[in-house]
Design a protein around this ligand. Sequence first.
Ligand code: SF4
Ligand code: SF4
Length: 352
Amino acid sequence: MKVIKIDKQNWTGGIDKSRENYQIFGPVKDKEHFVFKKLNLKEYPDMENALSVLSPKSILFPQSEKILAASLDESQDDHHIMKRVATDYSPRAVIGIMPCDAKAVQLVKLNFDTDDYRDPYWCDAYEATTFVGLAVNKPSIYDFTLSMGSGPFAEEGLDVLLVDCKDHFLAKVLSEKGDAFLKASGFTSEADADKSAKLINEIKNQAEKAIDAEKVKTEKLKEKSLLELHGASFWEDLSFSCINCGTCTFVCPTCWCFDIQDETKGKKAVRFRNWDSCMSPLFTLHASSHNPRAEKVQRVRQRFMHKLKYFVDKYDQGTMCVGCGRCVVHCPVNIDIREICNTMNSYEAEQA
Ligand code: SF4
Ligand code: SF4
């Protein structure tokens, strides 16, 4: 494994050099919160490793995206024919992404890039992106990534993993895309492989010790009966305080639901794709006015069954939750997926 040493005094110069070939995205502090955004000249990713409010999923899957457009001008030969909107898919690097958020991209990929269907918007953005992760040296109290198949130093979905070693970063090169990004940034100084592996392992072990991997249990989710979990009486209690605000779905790096809206203005028509939320009663409202999830309890159950049972059964790749903790931090009524996961994992059907 190739490891590159990056002295921190060369960091911003390298980022500037990379801008010749890449658009740069990264976390920055915006008032009291961290956000992921496209960085302008002289803006640099904040490498403090704080949990951003929204995950970087919007870099591939924007909150609102123009996907098709048409002219309504009947004097034009191609009027009323929807055409893909030109979008910039030039190379971009997402710097400072947390390992769990990179794993989340791989879970979302299962939905947008399948054998039967390939979502061109998401896939083109994915292919243009290099993921430069930052290992989490000091996990927060909300981090339960180790229970959900990820971890503070996990490498899945990353092209480079940066490890903060005080006055320098060690950059593990994990793919050709990662190698190309580091070269384009002028970061080419190879570190001693054995020494750097030892140092990275020490920091990793310390970070992992800070997370209680036993706190959230998932190992029995697959063997549980879907129908018994669906019919369990605990959903009424769990959903009681939910106000269906949708925050948990918007902050989640793995939530992928969307709605399509058409808008017209004068002789122009545009089709948008917008994030949607299974917590909204409108999400499943049919044109007939029938709503299969009209009750709050049905919507709350749907969110957690999807993440912790339907997805587990369908893909056999663990849960559709990477343990980032965002929904735990931001739910206004303290609904906690860690508790719900344990409840589902230990559920025994009531005897009739
Ligand atoms: S954030 Fe909390 S209150 Fe809001 S929809 Fe999600 S579970 Fe319900
Ligand atoms: S369900 Fe919550 S903890 Fe899990 S990935 Fe989504 S926001 Fe993070």
